[in-house]
Design a protein around this ligand. Structure first.
Ligand code: 5AD
Ligand code: SF4
Length: 466
């Protein structure tokens, strides 16, 4: 279900460019949430820059302000309403155009609240991103507020302009939506059902990135290792590349790309062919994100994660056996409804056993419309925070332990540029995504160089180029 004929919508980019000509207009974008949202923002920037707006980090001088929102946790909502409150005066003073898009706009109660209490010009959703130029044009020309939300799954859109944030590392979305319905998660309701991009479109995008000098590709999706599964089951995939494992192998063959990463996979879809593709493909990172969410089989069942603590640990063992030097990162939620002290200790137990290199830790956040929000045994905030702090302390202990193992090792590092925090040093990452800083000149940027690790710090390693 690919929609490639979006010329009519894109004609509005040219119409706006003509209106904007000679006006030196500026835009500011604020992106919340995951890498998929960041990738969507790169597409929004691509469209907006073709309309003649130039980017500014200073919102006060922006003529167009865009918010690309996330709704996975409650704090994002508070942040958006704070920002919309702040920008109100600017709109009144100089007529700044306000556009709000992304996942939060797929929630009716949020849109209702914005309409009632805040100023805006365009509201667009996750399924109507490609219509943003048309919506913006109508808002400008007719001087009226536009709300353009679809609550049925949008088609896969190919051919949108894109303005990438980086010149060495790039993200490529391979699928949209999610069919898993984990009971805490809002994503299936705001991003719709799983639908995969055609492999040819993905491979062409990666090839053109390689030609443009990009070295590292991150394949993105809410559930990447079920890539093409729905299409395969429905007989809708005509390509030979009809699974995630095959896609990894095909991307691995693209000349010029040095490193391939992917987020997020689901443990239940880690079939042997995926494990073998990671093992066999020399460019595919051996650092695997394996979202645990909870270490308790009872809680996992209530979360609808469809694996047990033992199955998760067995999967880790199997991957360790099959993939030399494999390392793991994970996502963990603390304080899911009904989580007991014993359940939480199961989570700590898995953390101790797997010794994750990186843990993204979240306090459970109630999301309107999800099954977990209706569960009666919600955990008091104080207990959630105490458990979060205990998990964090264990994690930090483990980082120190894990980091020590890097001392004196030689790591192949793709040099990303000068460190933002200390411009005397170059920076890059180990395969396991640890930041390494080291001395060197700018000719190394974009190259993979061997770096010996000489000291460790909680959030980075120091190295020397060999
Ligand atoms: N509360 C807290 N964390 C959540 N996540 C998803 N939904 C929620 C929620 N309601 C976390 C999960 C997921 C990550 C992207 O966000 O850990 O893997
Ligand atoms: Fe949300 Fe679960 Fe889908 Fe991830 S797999 S997006 S946590 S429903």
């Amino acid at each position: 279900m690919t929609k490639t004929d979006i010329n009519e919508e894109l004609e509005y980019i040219e119409k706006i460019r003509k209106i904007n000509e000679g006006k030196n207009l500026k835009y500011n974008i604020f992106t919340m949430g995951c890498q998929l949202n960041e990738n969507d923002s790169e597409k929004i920037c691509g469209m907006v820059e073709k309309m003649g707006y130039t980017k500014t980090e200073n919102i006060a001088e922006a003529d167009l302000v865009i918010y690309n929102t996330c709704c996975v946790r409650e704090n994002a909502e508070e942040k958006l309403f704070g920002k919309l409150g702040e920008v109100k005066k600017q709109k009144e003073a100089r007529g700044t155009i306000i556009a709000i898009g992304g996942c939060m706009m797929q929630e009716q109660h949020i849109v209702d609240k914005i309409k009632k209490s805040y100023k805006y010009d365009v509201i667009f959703g996750t399924h109507t991103l490609h219509k943003f130029p048309k919506d913006l044009y109508n808002a400008i020309m007719e001087n009226k507020k536009i709300t353009d939300i679809l609550d049925i799954d949008g088609e896969i859109i190919e051919g949108l302009p894109i303005k990438r944030d980086d010149s060495i590392r790039a993200s490529v979305t391979i699928m949209n939506g999610c069919n898993n319905f984990c009971t805490y998660c809002i994503v299936p309701y705001v991003r719709g059902r799983e639908r995969s991009r055609n492999p040819e479109d993905i491979l062409n995008e990666v090839k053109s990135l390689a030609q443009a000098g990009y070295k590292e590709i991150t394949l993105l999706g809410q559930n990447v290792n079920s890539y093409m599964r729905v299409e395969r089951e429905k007989g809708l995939c005509s390509s030979k590349i009809d699974s995630f494992a095959k896609l990894l192998r095909a991307v691995n063959n693209i000349e010029g790309i040095e490193k391939i990463r992917f987020v997020s996979p689901h443990p239940k879809d880690f079939t042997d062919d995926v494990i073998e593709a990671i093992r066999d493909c020399e460019k595919v990172s051996k650092f695997v994100h394996l979202p645990l969410q909870s270490g308790s089989t009872r809680v996992l069942k209530a979360m609808n994660r469809v694996y047990t603590k033992e199955q998760y640990l067995n999967l880790v063992e199997k991957m360790k056996e099959k993939i030399p030097n494999v390392k793991f990162s994970t996502d963990i939620i603390v304080g899911f409804p009904g989580e007991t002290e014993e359940d939480f200790e199961d989570t700590l137990d898995v953390v101790k056993k797997v010794k994750f290199e990186q843990i993204f830790m979240f306090i459970y956040s109630r999301r309107v419309g999800t099954p977990a929000d209706k569960m009666e045994n919600q955990i008091p905030e104080e207990i959630k925070h105490k458990r979060f702090d205990r998990l964090k302390a264990l994690y930090e202990e483990q980082i120190e332990e894990n980091n020590k193992a890097y001392i004196e090792t030689v790591q192949d590092i793709l040099v990303e540029g000068y460190s933002k925090t200390n411009s005397d040093f170059l920076t890059g990452r180990t395969d396991s995504n640890k930041v390494v800083i080291f001395e060197g000149d700018s000719s190394l940027i974009g190259k993979v160089v061997p770096v010996k690790i000489v000291s460790e710090h909680l959030w980075y390693l120091r190295g020397e180029v060999l």
